[in-house]
Design a protein. Structure first.
Length: 683
């Protein structure tokens, strides 16, 4: 079965609002002119968009994001999701986005308030306002949930990363006109909010087909939270690479030494109300645990705690149980209720999701069955939604194997945890391994060891001591892989995407040129080794200023932008495996050369002085000339400048040489011969 996926083109029509297309001109923007299967790996395509600052790269991406957002707003406008902001529909867009799935071309069309999907065998539209173009299309405005979910199989999920502090700032989009759906009145109404915030403030079980990373709160990235998220995301990946010799290193030059865990008991009580402002964290934890223990007593069989815990195969609670067992039980019950509160597919249980209910000894009789059903639904949920619950169930079911429970109150490693609980060293997928990690009431800290080419340890490096470029690689790749793992876990009966559009916007941020040179290779290696392309397809779209990244991509997969126009590439050299200087010149439009402008002006001023006659010559301090020429790194340019200086002295015998020392003709000849010999050896 062919499941290949490729983004092909984006067409901007003349009616498109200037507020959304900015400097981009109405035109066809071709991402891929020749689909070649298997070049980058099975079911993987890599495309790049390049151009100077201000050429329209980010604008083109954001137009695509708006189109995807508008389709999602139409598809899921009737779905209530309390843990996510309402999706805003962006007005003024007139554009087409063409892509291919399994060799079949599909087009997403947006015409202001109307959205349509066109495939060979299916043509559907949302909000058709009498547009002649969509006559004969099946109206999906009020389509059933099942029909909408089936439609998602003809679309793709977009995962975006951009760590620039200038990107996706909410105020930059405040002038765009948006609509939001009023579910009570069953109509769209004007809204003053910004559409991009809705793509961050979402916890919808991967329903809306776009995800922006990292999370921003009104444009602000909280790097403390981002680091904590990365710790959670990267652990199973690093364990996977440390266990299989064929996998090699996740981060070049580093291997996993250990993952340290530490109990974070106060994480449990964040969602509970305090009795008063003076109640300390310790007092609050003690009060909540005491109330929870009471709710878990056997005589309180109709408490929410017992109704939920009774559905999981875990040992019954005992009054003398270790406190850490009670914390784990509390975490499990709270997590089940949190799932009911957050995810739209658990919407029917939202009425019973109040966290404070876990401290009560009884629930209303009419709700008793609902708590049991909720627990059963979560128990049967094998997607990413239930992972943290199952981690806790595993911990509770194997707790009796821990030889000394005091060790759980101290720092311990994953290897120790695995040994204590008896997790067998069997072949596991990176996703399955997540089930056996410590529950999230323990915080993780990654410790790496730096190794040489022979695998010898050179030093121990905690994650927070990695360089900014090394951490950036971990942030970017782990976020993408985390979402891919979760998306692949979604089962039928929900929006189920199997084609993934990975957008790496300004991917080279913080990367040394060597990291830029190896990034595509390293990322594809990780994706392939972990088998992400099995039964799925990936299109990787990169915007970049890096010639090293571009040299890994054939010209057929490159979109060149200049001044808001797609640039004709028929006369350009194919950058794949090409010389970096050639790529810089043509692909990044460096029409003024590769020398820094400051140095360029210094040298131009000297050249002008040395080559101009007396009448037109500007003043120049000749004391500086030899010193400036000596600083020039390029040997050919240095030799040319010295030659010009010598010719200047010949033409102007009245000007005395101002070299640092008097140089005889013989010494100068010898020096030039040495330079000539050096150049010949370099050739």
């Amino acid at each position: 079965m062919d499941i290949s996926f490729t983004l092909k083109r984006l067409v901007i029509h003349s009616e498109c609002s200037e507020k959304v297309r900015k400097n981009l001109h109405p035109a066809e923007y071709l991402f891929n002119s020749q689909v070649e299967k298997g070049f980058f790996g099975t079911n993987i395509t890599v495309e790049t968009t390049v151009g100077e600052n201000g050429s329209g790269k980010s604008t083109l991406l954001e137009l695509m994001f708006r189109m995807i957002n508008n389709l999602a707003a139409m598809m899921f406008c009737r779905v209530e999701c309390s843990a996510a902001d309402e999706l805003k529909y962006v007005l003024g867009i007139y554009a087409d986005l063409e892509y291919s799935i399994g060799g079949k071309d599909i087009v997403l069309k947006v015409r202001d308030t109307t959205v349509a999907l066109v495939a060979d065998d299916k043509k559907v539209c949302f909000g058709n306002n009498g547009i002649e173009e969509f006559n004969g299309f099946e109206d999906y405005t009020n389509a059933s949930e099942q029909k909408i979910f089936e439609l998602t199989s003809s679309f793709f999920y977009t995962i975006v990363t951009n760590y620039s502090v200038q990107a996706y700032v909410a105020s930059d989009y405040s002038e765009e006109k948006c609509l939001v759906y009023d579910r009570k009145k069953k109509c769209w109404k004007k809204d003053k909010g910004t559409w991009i915030n809705s793509l961050f403030h979402k916890n919808d079980g991967y329903m809306c087909p776009i995800n922006l990373n990292p999370y921003r709160d009104d444009g602000t990235i909280n790097m403390h939270n981002e680091t904590a998220l990365t710790m959670y995301r990267i652990t199973s990946l690093l364990i996977e690479f440390s266990r299989g010799a064929k996998h090699g290193q996740y981060l070049h030059g580093y291997e996993l030494k250990s993952i340290e865990y530490k109990l974070d008991s106060f994480k449990l009580i964040k969602g509970f109300k305090s009795v008063n402002a003076k109640e300390s964290g310790i007092q609050k934890l003690s009060r909540i645990l005491d109330a929870f223990k009471k709710a878990c007593k056997r005589e309180n069989r109709n408490s929410a705690a017992n109704l939920i815990l009774g559905n999981f195969q875990i040992p019954l609670a005992g009054e003398n149980d270790d406190n850490i067992l009670w914390m784990a039980r509390l975490y499990l019950v709270c997590k089940v209720l949190s799932i009911a509160d957050k995810y739209p597919m658990y919407q029917k249980f939202k009425a019973i999701s109040n966290l404070e209910i876990v401290l009560c000894t009884e629930v209303p009789l009419a709700q008793k069955g609902m708590y049991k059903k909720l627990a059963k639904h979560v128990k049967d949920d094998k997607s990413h939604i239930g992972i943290k619950v199952w981690q806790t169930v595993f911990f509770l079911s194997r707790f009796k194997n821990v030889p000394d429970t005091n060790n759980l109150y101290k720092k311990f490693t994953y290897d120790q945890y695995e040994e204590w609980l008896g997790n067998p060293h069997i072949e596991q997928s990176v996703y399955d391994r997540k089930y056996f990690l410590p529950p999230s009431l323990f915080s993780a800290k990654v410790i790496l060891k730096k190794v040489d080419e022979n695998g010898r340890t050179k030093g121990i490096v905690p994650f927070n001591r990695l360089s900014s470029g090394e951490r950036q690689f971990m942030f970017t790749t782990s976020a993408i892989l985390y979402h891919l793992l979760n998306l692949r876990s979604v089962r039928k009966g929900r929006p189920c995407y199997r084609c993934f559009n990975i957008v790496l916007d300004e991917v080279e941020l913080c990367f040394h040129p060597e990291y830029q040179r190896t990034f595509i290779f390293d990322f594809l290696r990780i994706v392939s080794l972990l088998g992400f392309q099995d039964r799925c397809s990936l299109n990787i779209l990169i915007t970049t200023h890096s010639p090293f990244i571009l040299s890994d991509v054939p010209s057929t997969n490159i979109l060149y932008l200049k001044d808001g126009h797609p640039e004709d590439k028929s006369s350009l050299i194919n950058p794949f495996a090409a010389n970096v200087n050639d790529i810089l010149r043509q692909s990044f439009f460096l029409e003024n050369g590769f020398i820094g402008k400051f140095a360029q002006r210094k040298i131009k001023r000297l050249v002008t002085f040395l080559s101009t006659n007396d009448e037109k010559r500007n003043d120049y301090n000749m004391d500086l000339a030899p010193a400036l020429i000596e600083k020039v790194g390029d040997p050919l340019l240095k030799r040319t400048l010295y030659k010009m200086l010598d010719e200047f002295y010949v033409r102007n015998p009245q000007v005395k040489r101002h070299d640092e020392k008097e140089v005889s003709k013989e010494e100068r000849i010898a020096e030039l011969k040495r330079e000539l010999g050096k150049l010949e050896r370099e050739d």
